[in-house]
Design a binder for this molecule. Structure first.
Ligand SMILES: [Zn+2]
Length: 390
């Protein structure tokens, strides 16, 4: 045992469950920070929209996520995806993938990205590829990493589901006037304004842009109560927004998981070859089915513990997901268990239950502290950073 390990074990030893409860998150956080560099991750996470990604679990029995690049990739004539870079050990769980369709006169964006740096980079890459400017923008849903960049699409009409607009209007009231300096997102010198959509539609809506048919399809409630996807039948491409997370643990704080799984099953029957996920590398139906399996496996494991009256945080601390344990953003398992419990308790609402997730995280940390698995403690600040969701 090294000196460092000795000190760490001494720190963990002697902390009873009751003490852990009384001391709360601060003490646990400190211990976890020493152990795993989690303090650094936590301070990154509190800066805003980038969620720090903890070192991924490396269970050699299961595949590791790939690494993917930040690039504007052409998928078909006039159709592009702007994938954000990511992969194991990269703080990429909270950065989203916008898309773009080029018409004769203007460009249509699918999502605005999460802040000045990625949004301006996306706009510049689109201009360079096509020589055109954005005239329309659709927000697939209200989460910050999809709408926070709206302000940079200065001459674009912005469309969304009414629920998405309502949530943006609410959030705009408390949005700070300046961007917070966040690596990869903002310098911190930019003025900030959350611009809500100005056009709403509830069901399906089709645009013909240049030669491209773009069918917007309402998918909610799934990831949120206002999810829109863009389906391009000519090219069998689906921009799924956050209905799809590939190799990144799905974020369910505003979700109706049962219905979300149903949407994935429905898409399996569509004529689709390529799916651009809200998070992760481009994939297809196979990857979407994998994400649905994440929820199914988690649902089975969580339900056993729900039936045994185990609280959600303690349940999350016990659950292993096998091939999904290496996915980026493993701490999302806690919020996803909370959300499953709310469904079974019939207390589910469209809103994020921040208090329940916080309580479950403390509970989860108490279990890990009791087992002296200090490196698995989740800093509360990281869970709270997830309240600015993706
Ligand atoms: Zn989202």
């Amino acid at each position: 045992m090294t000196k460092k390990e000795n000190r760490e074990n001494a720190g963990a030893a002697g902390m009873t469950r009751r003490e852990a409860i009384q001391m709360g998150a601060g003490t646990l956080l400190g211990a976890a920070g020493m152990l795993a560099g989690a303090g650094e991750l936590a301070s990154l996470a509190t800066q805003g929209n980038v969620q720090a990604t903890p070192p991924p679990a490396t269970d050699a029995r299961y595949p590791m996520p790939p690494t993917w690049n930040r690039e504007l990739r052409q998928l078909a004539p006039n159709v592009y995806a702007y994938t954000q870079g990511g992969g194991p050990g990269i703080s990429a769980a909270g950065v989203s993938n916008p898309g773009m369709i080029a018409g004769a006169d203007y460009l249509m964006a699918i999502d605005a990205a999460q802040g000045p740096i990625p949004s301006k980079a996306f706009i510049a890459a689109a201009k360079q590829a096509t020589g055109k400017d954005f005239g329309r923008l659709i927000n697939t849903h209200h989460h910050g990493d999809h709408v926070n960049g709206n302000q940079f699409f200065t001459h674009a009409e912005i469309l969304s589901h009414p629920y998405c607009r309502d949530e943006c209007v609410k959030a705009a009231a408390t949005t700070p006037k300046m961007w917070t300096a966040t690596p990869g997102v903002a310098e911190g010198t930019e003025e900030r304004k959350l611009v809500p959509p100005t056009v709403t539609f509830k069901d399906d809506l089709t645009y013909f842009i240049g030669g491209t048919e773009v069918q917007f399809k309402f998918a909610g409630p799934a990831h949120t109560w206002g999810d829109m996807m863009a389906y391009l039948p000519q090219y069998k491409i689906l921009f799924a927004g956050d209905v799809a997370f590939f190799w990144v643990a799905p974020y369910a704080n505003n979700s109706f998981i049962t219905k979300w799984i149903e949407v994935c099953d429905k898409i399996a029957g569509w004529d689709v070859d390529v799916i651009v996920p809200g998070h992760g590398p481009i994939g297809g139906k196979k990857e979407l089915a994998e994400m649905a399996s994440y929820f199914r496996v988690l649902g089975v494991e969580a339900r056993k513990r729900y039936d045994a009256k185990m609280p959600p945080g303690a349940a999350a601390a016990e659950i292993r997901l096998g091939r999904f344990d290496n996915w980026i953003g493993p701490e999302r398992l806690i919020m996803d268990v909370v959300r499953w419990y709310e469904e079974w308790d019939s207390t589910l609402t469209p809103d994020y239950n921040a208090m329940a997730v916080r309580e479950a995280t403390i509970e989860y940390n108490q279990v890990k502290a009791g087992q002296k698995k200090m490196s698995e403690i989740i800093p509360l600040s990281r869970m709270e950073a997830l309240a600015d969701p993706c």
